[in-house]
Design a binder for this molecule. Structure first.
Ligand SMILES: CC(C)(COP(=O)(O)OP(=O)(O)OC[C@H]1O[C@@H](n2cnc3c(N)ncnc32)[C@H](O)[C@@H]1OP(=O)(O)O)[C@@H](O)C(=O)NCCC(=O)NCCS
Length: 171
């Protein structure tokens, strides 16, 4: 059994270790990491799954603000579940609970369509471009707004993200 809660400030090291086990340490070479480098995650959307006694962190999901063309969107991920705890609905629960808190922004992710398709994600339109990735792996939450057209880029330094996860440029 598990339950979900908001990510807490002290969860960082356990999340990094879990992601190393879930994806392997080479995960940092992925193109999506270049979009996150030096940019804080959207704290309000980050969720973790913990064991029923609260003692062990077994799942994580985070979101990053990204620029797409002249607009903004959210990049979902990494979504990771402890290898020994997979297949029990933790990934799906993290995805649904965190998406419920997103307001008025397109949510994109780079991932396996076979997993994310049944959870409501569809291929992004060809006008939305993720450099360095197989275009078939760029997906969008079909329940949200369509993604802006353009190339995904890191969120500019000095810009800020609002509590709803909607990104807004600084004045
Ligand atoms: C992908 C991941 C987050 C799923 O977490 P989880 O807690 O096991 O997911 P759930 O229990 O909610 O869903 C499990 C279901 O998804 C399926 N599934 C898992 N990964 C899948 C994939 N890559 N393709 C298709 N189906 C997949 C399982 O077979 C299972 O199906 P079932 O419910 O019919 O038995 C987890 O496996 C993980 O951390 N993987 C490492 C990263 C990775 O490989 N990601 C690939 C997607 S980007």
């Amino acid at each position: 059994m598990f339950h979900l809660r908001a990510e807490a400030p002290g969860d960082g090291p356990a999340i990094e270790q879990l992601l190393d086990r879930a994806f392997g340490p080479e995960r940092r070479a992925k193109a999506s990491y270049a979009l996150r480098d030096g940019v804080p995650a959207v704290a309000e959307l980050a969720r973790v799954a913990v064991t029923a006694d609260g003692g062990r962190l077994v799942g994580t999901v985070r979101y990053w603000p990204i620029a797409v063309g002249e607009d903004a969107a959210l990049l979902l991920g990494p979504l990771g579940v402890e290898p020994a705890r997979r297949g029990r609905g933790i990934g799906r629960a993290l995805l649904r609970a965190s998406l419920a808190a997103v307001r008025a922004r397109a949510v994109l992710l780079v991932g396996d369509p076979a997993y994310y398709g049944p959870l409501g994600f569809a291929p992004a339109p060809p006008t939305t471009i993720m450099p360095g990735e197989d275009p078939a792996r760029l997906l969008v939450d079909a329940a949200g707004p369509p993604p802006p057209a353009g190339t995904l880029r890191p969120w500019p330094a000095g810009a800020r993200a609002t509590p709803t996860g909607a990104a807004a440029a600084a004045e």
